[in-house]
Ligand binder design. Structure first.
Ligand SMILES: [Zn+2]
Length: 528
């Protein structure tokens, strides 16, 4: 948007008469761009944008009654920031000047009281006023009327202000966490042409189908560094929103509502959303990829948390268990995929299988009360033990011909599997079928002993979240799942590439709040 409401209200026939042709053309072009943007926004609805159904006028909704209750349920979600989540931060929200979602004004009143802070009630954030270490004046640089550059000494007066708290990192020479408080003063500057232009804080908008529309703004109480600390406490140290609030209050003397904390996480996820494309590209370009999945509760749905990880990238996704997610992420992937034996992976041509899964099943047979099961379990176990020894030797010395050397051993196991395909003992039958069915993928590692024989890399990446699942109890909504998977992917990938993720993440938040593109993901450190 080029022309603020403040500028627009000054533009009239008398002012236009004073401008020369060049200035007029400039003004017309800015006005045209604004007009087109406004028209497009007017035409937006849930069928052609990521706007939620609740942003639609009631008479336009497919079934007004049902959708209204659905919208309320989404708003109640504690783990997902929504419009309410941002409200306690009103102290750091611009005065209702540019109504970016004009459709919202006609929103019908719902009699039901929503949990959390009520609109208009005093929030935690705004009762606290800090002594600022710095006052920063933001002056308009260009006249929105005639388009001329405003000189630094043009007459100006502060028309609004806000305070921000940011975090300054400790380092070896200056350890500790330092909070830096800034008083921001927004100025209204007067041009020679008589037009008043107001400095506006930077803003960015990220439209993400699953996060919703995320408005990013420099007009925030929580600066990018403090926002990053909140992300770290939540995702790296697995603290709930309440615990984060307690930590910030007890250790830093900063009072933030859980709504502001949720809003900050949502905004940080929005800032990183455009990086997902690069993450998927890196996954697809991997020579060797590990995939694994674990159950994940989202609201009332049982979904799956997936991880795709290689040496230099990790991508987390919450999705249904099925081929759809593989079809979305893996087209174009031509490397080797290490996974468990689950059906949906079977169509991929270049697969490796985790031996740890199989030897665990063999151990289960050894521990059973069935003699034939015990014997088969031991045979499987012994075969894998011999082959694992051979693989370790081959890794250290000359590779040799492992399939040829161990042909007899493999033939014996294969014969046993064929014999037991219809065995009465269910687990014996299951293991025989699994080995027989996926024989090629299981023993392919013998052709290249440098390949891994376990899926430990993927299991390790998931373990952190298996513990978090108990604390967070899953996520409540799709946006909540997306918030955590996006941020977790970026954090994990930075670490794998030898970078501390936090300064990078703070930089991404700052760039996107200013309306600029995010800094690309850091490249792997040399030697990785
Ligand atoms: Zn001017």
């Amino acid at each position: 948007m080029h022309l603020s409401d403040h500028s627009l209200s000054q533009l009239d026939a008398a002012y236009v008469q004073t401008l020369d042709e060049g200035a007029l053309r400039g003004l017309l072009l800015r006005a045209l761009e604004d007009l087109k943007e406004a028209r497009e926004r007017l035409g937006q609805n849930p069928t052609n944008s990521s706007r939620p159904p609740s942003s639609q006028a009631p008479w336009d909704r497919p079934s007004a009654g049902q959708d209204a209750t659905h919208g309320d349920a989404a708003d109640d979600a504690a783990s997902t920031p929504d419009q309410e989540g941002d409200q306690p931060d009103e102290a750091s929200t611009p005065p209702q000047e540019p109504s970016t979602q004009s459709g919202q004004t006609s929103k019908p009143k719902t009699p039901k009281r929503k949990p959390g802070k009520q609109p208009g009630a005093p929030g935690f954030g705004r009762t606290q006023v800090f002594e600022a270490q710095e006052t920063r004046a933001h002056r308009p640089e260009v006249c929105e009327g005639c388009g001329k550059t405003l000189p630094a000494d043009a007459p100006s007066v502060a028309y609004a202000g806000f305070q921000s708290i940011d975090l300054v990192w400790g380092d070896v020479e200056r350890p500790g966490l330092h909070l830096h408080i800034t008083d921001h003063r927004l100025h209204d500057g007067l041009c020679e042409c008589g037009h008043h232009t107001r400095a506006r804080p930077g803003e960015g908008l990220v439209e993400d189908a699953r996060l919703g529309a995320v408005a990013l703004s420099e007009w925030r109480l929580v600066g990018p560094g403090l926002a990053t600390l909140i992300v770290a406490l939540h995702l790296r140290f697995r603290m709930s929103h309440r615990r984060i609030r307690e930590f910030l209050h007890d250790w830093l003397g900063v009072r933030l509502s859980t709504g502001t904390i949720k809003g900050t996480l949502h905004e940080a996820a929005g800032a990183t959303a455009p990086l997902e494309e690069a993450l998927i590209e890196a996954v697809v370009a991997s020579d060797l990829l590990h995939a694994d999945e674990t159950s994940w509760a989202q609201g009332g749905d049982l979904l799956w948390l997936w991880v795709f990880t290689s040496a230099t990238v990790t991508l987390f996704v919450v999705a249904k268990r099925g081929r759809a997610i593989l079809d979305r992420i893996l087209p174009g992937f031509s490397g080797w995929l290490m996974s468990d034996g689950w059906q949906s992976y079977r169509h991929l041509p270049q697969r490796l299988r985790c031996w740890a899964h199989l030897t665990r099943k063999a151990q289960g047979l050894i521990d059973s009360y069935d003699r034939e099961a015990q014997a088969f379990g031991r045979q499987v176990q012994d075969t894998f033990d011999t082959l694992i020894g051979a693989i370790h030797e081959a890794r250290a010395g000359p590779a040799g011909d492992l399939p040829g050397t161990h042909a007899a051993l493999l033939a014996e196991l294969h014969a046993a599997c064929v014999r037991l395909l219809g065995h009465r003992h269910a687990k014996t039958k299951a293991l025989a079928v699994e080995l027989w069915n996926d024989w090629e993928a299981i023993f392919r590692v013998l052709d290249n002993p440098q390949w891994p024989i376990t899926n430990n890399a993927a299991e390790r990446a998931l373990r952190h979240w298996v513990i978090a699942r108990r604390i967070m109890m899953g996520t409540r909504t799709e946006a909540g799942s997306r918030t955590f998977t996006l941020l977790a992917s970026v954090i994990e990938t930075c670490r794998q590439r030898g970078h501390v993720p936090w300064p990078y993440l703070a930089g991404v938040i700052a760039e996107r709040r200013a309306g600029r593109a995010a800094t690309p993901l850091p490249a792997p450190m040399p030697g990785l």
